[in-house]
Design a protein around this ligand. Structure first.
Ligand SMILES: [Zn+2]
Length: 472
């Protein structure tokens, strides 16, 4: 039986903040203007994977100004950093992301209009993610200074979540080895002490090497790398019928030849396989790697398969989720002005959704689904190495298409800001519970150990440094 079914003592029901939590809320509010400014600067910079130099610097510098000891360029990534304050046990950490998505630049307005044509945008709200988490870490640091709690607080600046998954290299570098509990959040279209897993995935590159020739004059001298690529993707698409419904396979053709009158001697695609569990994904991964050989034989070309990276599904922690849930109930829902509601409804109108504005209602803690849908996150790898608590906070209207201009728009104005400040408070209050009640840390860690079982974590990345230069 999982320990997760144990009930955390319901001291939260009194709906009154303790002295510590009152101090936490005041602390976050004291830094509110600075946190919003950090978030807005990162929003405007919109730097993509491994290029988040200014964004990482903004967060790291602010942490340093607040008295954190900051170590920059950790795990071989110039934009990865750790900010630490305090000493001794427990060690609690919080994650901050800050990378943007290419091509979805957008103004902070409810209709589609780019800010800088062709530029990136924060379509996953990571500008809020990083600044909000830092706000939580600072509130804990100030509570430590007041002498109410003791231990260590760490803020992890985690780059490149949208491509290559920077946290995996940080995990492999052992950065969470001394941490007792990690906390994370993600901008969302609803409020949730998150007790759902995510999908495991693996990314790899398939390349075919043939021989060039004139496409009309002497095609018999050519061996086509793009023929191999077409045969390969056909194989993948036939295979779809025979995989479990939880499996997802996607590919992106990166090079299919350059011109029509040359038999292409080179082709390349980026291949991705997902499943709700890493154990289900691995056999599919093996099979589609083998297909590359089959395609190469048929087109009489050479081939190469290279692992890029792969992430684990999130290891859920319900005991931690219950502590977070208690704090969401204490904080209540977010209230919005008429202008904000109108902004949200306009986005819903433009994106063809029901015009109901934002959903920030606190719902009861959900049952954990055996096979969740949705995407993947490199928080998964962290969660297999340390007990992890997740949170989702409303930063966009209900049903907003994610990774889109609409999320960028909300992340640059008060709907996003409110969610970020709320997340900072909820996470800092949850960390306060952990610092104040060692039995909670014990319970959350025990559930982690039980859920992990015998599984030995092995990072799904190649040997050597992170692919910093390949992202350019
Ligand atoms: Zn994201």
């Amino acid at each position: 039986m999982l320990l997760g079914v144990l009930v955390v003592s319901p001291t939260f029901s009194q709906k009154k903040l303790t002295k510590s939590k009152t101090a936490i809320v005041a602390s976050v509010e004291k830094h509110q203007a600075a946190l919003i400014d950090l978030s807005d600067q990162i929003w405007a910079l919109a730097e993509t994977a491994f290029e988040e130099n200014k964004s990482a610097k903004l967060l790291a510098d602010y942490a340093e100004q607040q008295g954190f000891k900051v170590e920059r360029g950790v795990a071989g990534m110039p934009t990865a950093f750790v900010a630490t304050y305090g000493s001794g046990k427990p060690v609690i950490s919080v994650l901050g992301e800050f990378d943007a998505l290419p091509g979805i630049s957008q103004k902070a307005q409810p209709t589609k209009a780019f800010l800088n044509e062709g530029a990136a945008g924060h379509g996953c709200g990571h500008n809020l993610f990083g600044a909000g988490s830092l706000g939580a870490a600072i509130a804990i640091k100030e509570l430590m200074e007041s002498g109410k709690i003791s231990g260590t607080i760490k803020f992890f600046g985690t780059p490149s979540e949208e491509k290559y998954f920077g946290k995996i290299w940080m995990v492999r570098a052992g950065l969470w080895d001394d941490v007792d509990v990690n906390i994370s959040w993600h901008p969302s279209a609803s409020m949730e002490a998150d007790v759902q897993s995510s999908l495991a995935l693996v990314d790899f590159k398939v390349e075919f090497f043939g021989q060039a020739a004139h496409a009309s004059a002497d095609p018999w001298n050519g061996r086509s790398a793009s023929d191999a690529l077409e045969i390969y993707t056909n194989g993948i698409n036939y295979y779809r019928e025979h995989v479990k419904p939880t499996v997802r396979m996607h590919y992106h053709i990166q090079d299919g030849g350059q011109v029509v009158n040359v038999v292409p001697d080179y082709s390349r695609l980026w291949m991705r396989v997902r499943d709700t569990k890493r154990s289900g994904m691995m056999p599919v991964y093996e099979r589609v790697m083998k297909m590359a050989e089959g395609a190469a034989i048929m087109a009489n070309v050479d081939y190469k398969v290279s692992l890029i990276s792969g992430i684990y599904e999130v290891l859920v922690n319900r005991s931690g989720g219950e502590v977070m849930q208690g704090n969401l109930e204490l904080l209540g829902s977010i209230s919005y002005t008429d202008e904000e509601t109108a902004f949200g409804k306009k986005i819903q109108e433009v994106t063809g959704k029901e015009q109901i504005g934002m959903d920030s209602e606190i719902k009861p803690l959900e049952a954990t689904k055996e096979h969740p849908g949705g995407g993947s996150t490199d928080v998964g790898d962290v969660s297999w190495n340390v007990a992890n608590i997740n949170l989702g906070v409303t930063t966009a209207p209900k049903d907003t298409p994610w990774h889109s201009w609409a999320v960028v728009a909300c992340g640059g104005m008060s709907i996003g800001h409110k969610g970020m400040i709320y997340a900072a408070k909820a996470m800092a209050m949850t960390m306060t519970d952990l610092f104040e009640k060692p039995e909670l840390v014990k319970m959350v860690k025990a559930e982690y150990v039980e859920r992990k079982g015998d599984e030995v974590y092995e990072a799904i990345i190649p040997e050597g440094p992170p692919p910093i230069n390949e992202s350019k």
